[in-house]
Design a protein around this ligand. Sequence first.
Ligand SMILES: Cc1cc2nc3c(=O)[nH]c(=O)nc-3n(C[C@H](O)[C@H](O)[C@H](O)COP(=O)(O)O)c2cc1C
Length: 371
Amino acid sequence: MVKAAESFTFQSGVTVANRTLMAPMTTKMSFYNGVVTQDECGYYHQRAGEVGAIVTGAANVQADGKCWEGELSVESDALIPSLSQLASAIHVGQTKAILQIFHGGRRTTKAILRGTQPVSASAVAAVIPGSEVPRPLTAAEILTTIQNFKEATRRAILAGFDGVEIHGANTYLLQQFFSPHSNRREDEWGGSLANRFRFIEAVVDGVLATVQALKPQNFLVGYRFSPEELETPGISFADTLFLVDHLADKKLDYLHVSLNDYQKVSQSEAYQERTILSYLHEKIAGRLPLIGVGNIWSSQDVAEVLTDAEFAAIGTGLLFDPHFVRKVLTQNDEAIATTLQEGNRDILRISDGAWGFLTGRSAEKLELLQK
Ligand SMILES: Cc1cc2nc3c(=O)[nH]c(=O)nc-3n(C[C@H](O)[C@H](O)[C@H](O)COP(=O)(O)O)c2cc1C
C-alpha cells in the first residue's frame, strides 16, 4: 500500500482514512454576516468523500477579525446552525471536517469593519499597498480575543466539526503578535521572542483547555503557521523553529505549515541545504504530525511530501479536480486535471472569490484568460 493511503489516528482519537487533507481555502461565498450559503455547502460536499479531512476557509472568531466580504464566521451562537450544515456537507464517507478559526488583525480595513479601525499588536501598517494603520489591542482586549478563540472552539464542537485549526499563518493576528514587524509592544505581549510567542501560546492553551473541559468525543486541534516573513524586521526561520519547538510539546493534534511550494527553501542563509519542510520535520522529531502543502499536482508530489511530513494538504489541485485524491491513491495521474478552463467553473462551483485569488496566484494554470 502506498503511504498516502495509510490511515492515521491523531492523539485526540480522530482517525482519518488517508494522509491527504484539503488545504484551507477561502471562497468568499458566505452571506454578509458570515452565515454559510448552500452554494458553499455544495462546493465542499463536491470535494468530500475521498480526502482524509477538509479544513474550511478561515472563519473569524469576532467581528473585528473579519478580513473580507463573504467570509465564514464563528463569532456568535446564532451561527451554529449554519456551521452545522457545513460540517454535515463535509461528512461524506470518512472525510473529517475541520473549521479554521482566525482573526485578521491589521489585514482588514475600516470599510470591511463598517467604520471600525482594524486592530493588531501595535500601530504598524502592513507593507502592502492600501494597508491601514491599526490600533493596538489593550491588555484587556487581548484576553477577550483569547476568550473568543475558546468560544469559537465551543461553537465548532456544537456544530459537529471534528476539530479546529488555529490559523496562525498568512500574516493574520496570531502571526502579527509573533512578528517583530507588527509587534512593537513593550508589555508582556511583546519584545523578546518568548513574549511575542505569549499570545499564540495563550490561544493554543485556551483552545486545548476548552476541548478538555467540554470533552467532546474525538475532537482535534491543529495549528497553522507561516515559516518566515519578507519584512525587516520580520519572522526569521530561526524564530519559526523556536515556535515549532514549543508548539510540538503541546497536546495539539498536528502542525500545518503554510507554503506555496512544498519544495521551498528558506531565505535564511543558515538553512538552505534542505527544504523548509525537511528542517521543520527534523525539529518536530515525531512529537506531532506535520502537514506539508504547496504546488502538489501528482502522486509523486504527494509521495515526496510524505518523506518529510505525515500529511499532504492539497489546495488548488482540489479546486481544479474534486477527485484529485482518488486519482492520487490509485496512481492514475494522467486523469488529474492540472489546469482549469473557465467554462468548467460552474460545474466545479468555483466562486468569484476563489477565482479572483487564483488569477493572482496561478494564472498560468487557468485556461481562459487568453481565449
Ligand atoms: C483560493 C484560495 C484561498 C485560500 N484561503 C486560505 C485560508 O482561508 N486559510 C489558509 O490558511 N490558507 C488559505 N490559502 C492557502 C492554501 O491553504 C495553500 O496553503 C496554498 O494554496 C498552497 O497550496 P496549493 O498550491 O495546493 O494551492 C488559500 C489558497 C487559495 C488558492
